[in-house]
Design a protein. Structure first.
Length: 228
C-alpha cells in the first residue's frame, strides 16, 4: 500500500500559539525529505526544535481528555511528542488517581518533558509497534494516540506497523474496560475497513468520527477491548 500523507492538508499549531496549514505533513518545517515514520529523524528534530508541535489543534485538548473516565486510571500516551495534552489530562483528572505514561521513541523529547512534568508522570522510551514487549506485565485502561498513527501512515508498507501497533495495544488493554482513543486525519472508508478487520482479529471494536463537527480534516475514533 502506498503512502497517504502527500495529499493531506492539515492544521498545525507550533509553539502552542500560531496555526498554519500545510500541504501534507512532509512539507512541515522538517523539510520535504523528512520521514515521519523514522524515530531517528524525530530525535534530531526535537534537539533543534524545543517548541511545542501540537498536531490536530482543531480538537481542544480538554475534549480529548474528557474521554478518560473516572474508572480509567492507567493511561498510556503513545508517540506523545511534546504535546501539552499530558498537562490537560492531569489538570482535568486531579484527585482521580490517574497514572499517565508517556511513550516516545525520542529520548531527547522525553528529557524535555521531564523538565516540565517531573515525577507527575512516567516516561518510557520505545517504539509503540512493540507495546506488548515494552509492557509485558502491565495493563492499561486507555491507550491514547494523537498523531502517531498519522506518522506511521507516512511510511512505505504502513499497514505492517499499523497492524502491529493495534495488535500490541489489544494485548495491553484491560479486557472489557480498555479503550484505544485515536485522534487522526479523517480516515477514508478503506482505512476504516482495514482497522475493523484488524480489530476483529484482536478483539477491538471500532467507532469512527465521534466528533464530525470538529474539523472536516480531523477525526476522533474509539476502539473498545472486548471482554473475551
Amino acid at each position: 500500500m502506498a503512502k497517504r500523507c502527500n495529499s493531506w492538508i492539515v492544521p498545525v499549531s507550533v509553539g502552542g500559539t500560531s496555526q498554519k496549514r500545510i500541504e501534507g505533513p512532509d512539507t512541515l518545517s522538517m523539510g520535504a525529505s523528512f520521514d515521519f515514520s523514522a524515530p531517528s529523524e524525530w530525535d534530531v528534530y526535537y534537539e533543534n526544535n524545543p517548541d511545542v508541535l501540537e498536531w490536530h489543534s482543531s480538537v481542544p485538548l480538554e475534549r480529548i481528555s474528557s474521554y478518560i473516565t473516572t474508572e480509567q486510571s492507567d493511561v498510556l500516551l503513545v508517540g506523545c511528542g511534546n504535546s501539552r495534552l499530558p498537562e490537560t489530562i492531569l489538570s482535568m483528572h486531579t484527585g482521580q488517581g490517574t497514572r499517565l505514561v508517556l511513550l516516545d521513541t525520542s529520548q531527547t523529547c522525553l528529557d524535555q518533558l521531564r523538565q516540565i512534568h517531573g515525577y507527575s508522570v512516567e516516561y518510557m522510551c520505545g517504539n509503540a509497534v512493540e507495546l506488548d514487549q515494552l509492557f509485558p506485565d502491565r495493563e492499561f485502561d486507555m491507550v491514547l494516540d494523537k498523531g502517531l498513527s498519522d506518522a506511521l501512515f507516512c511510511s512505505e508498507g504502513w499497514n505492517g506497523p499499523i497492524e502491529k501497533l493495534y495488535k500490541g495495544a489489544a494485548k495491553i488493554l484491560r479486557p472489557g474496560v480498555g479503550q484505544y482513543l485515536l485522534v487522526s486525519y479523517k480516515l477514508p472508508s478503506s482505512m476504516q475497513d482495514f482497522l475493523r478487520d484488524v480489530g476483529e482479529a484482536v478483539g477491538l471494536d471500532w467507532e469512527f468520527d465521534l466528533i464530525p463537527d470538529s474539523n472536516h480534516r480531523v477525526g476522533l475514533s474509539l476502539a473498545k477491548k472486548r471482554s473475551s
